[in-house]
Design a protein around this ligand. Sequence first.
Ligand code: HEM
Length: 135
Amino acid sequence: MQTTTQGAAAPLSGAGIVWLKLSVLYLILGVAIGMAMGASHNFTLRPVHTHVNLLGWTTLALAGLIYSVFPQAGASRLAKAHFWLLNLALPVMLIGLTLLVTGNTAMGPVLAVAESVAALGVLAFAANLFLNLKR
Ligand code: HEM
């Protein structure tokens, strides 16, 4: 029997694998916080749950998929900047937010710095897509 790859989708590159593996860890954490809130009827951590799920799971998974489909963007220096800025800032941001909503108001400045670094990561992502997405 003759095998052919004609018409088959091109395999995705590995550029997004680390992003996807990290994203699913955030999904597990986000779901766990959601379940704990539902079970306890204590919704203090709602903004943490939201950011773990949307900035952790969803944003990282989308970056992973995009870098898998466009490997030249995934291998760029901007992709590296995006990765380190966002992935170093995000845990600090989530821990800072957790402490802030549980009453530690001194976390405000820590949160502001972590958010700014995460935002720089997002800008690197945007620049990367504009400069390096090619067919
Ligand atoms: C088993 C999985 C999940 C559980 C048990 C769960 C549980 C919850 C709970 C208990 C709330 C608070 C509801 C309230 O205050 O009345 C909530 C809010 C929310 N969740 Fe989830 N969630 C889950 C997954 C997700 C995922 C995967 C996402 C996004 C990708 C998400 C995004 C949100 C958003 C945007 C809010 C509203 C936050 C706000 O109003 O400030 N959740 N969730």
